[in-house]
Design a protein around this ligand. Sequence first.
Ligand SMILES: [Fe+2]
Length: 212
Amino acid sequence: MNRQKFIMALTLGLVPIVVSAKRALKILDPGPVGGGCDGRELMYEGMPGKLSNTSYLPGWAAGGKKLIVEGTVYRKDGRTVAPNIIVYIYHTDSKGYYSPFANQVQGKRHGYLRGWVKTGCDGKYRFYTTMPAPYPQRSNPAHIHPVIKEPGINEYYIDEYQFDNDPLLTRELRDKAEDRGGTGIIKLRKTTSGILVCKRDIILGYNIPNYR
Ligand SMILES: [Fe+2]
């Protein structure tokens, strides 16, 4: 057997072994739920020790366009309500900035408009906040970032809340939406007192990589 044939035989023999080993490792450890790192662990910075199913973000009392963000969290079957689920949100201010408080130390990158809830036995949650503005000088639609923490698995992000009537929410962007946790594109309604309401139900694990 000459050298070239020897290397080829060696390669043909080894490649399947290496590929199988990689596959086996992936089955044993598919990686974190929700995929790679994206700074979602910042949700823990400044998180209150005790949470309820309702949260008032600092903007609510400070003026601005009031917005209620609410819904029900369901298990992956889409029908069973899910208690003890932490939902964390953060969003821009009325000028489109993630502006931190002057003395804010924790979670500065997310700004000061942050809030946490933990669902009760009916799976419901509600945030009292204000409408976020789109980033200045950019074409991204206005949005609210949510992160989910379920007992026993790592936190993962779901699709941002976006608003159906936002002119920046193009057909292309709508088509590109991943629908993580179900669609995040919401039709706002207005209460009789003029408060905007954004109702979104969340399905745990829906379109979430490595969810098990
Ligand atoms: Fe953002």
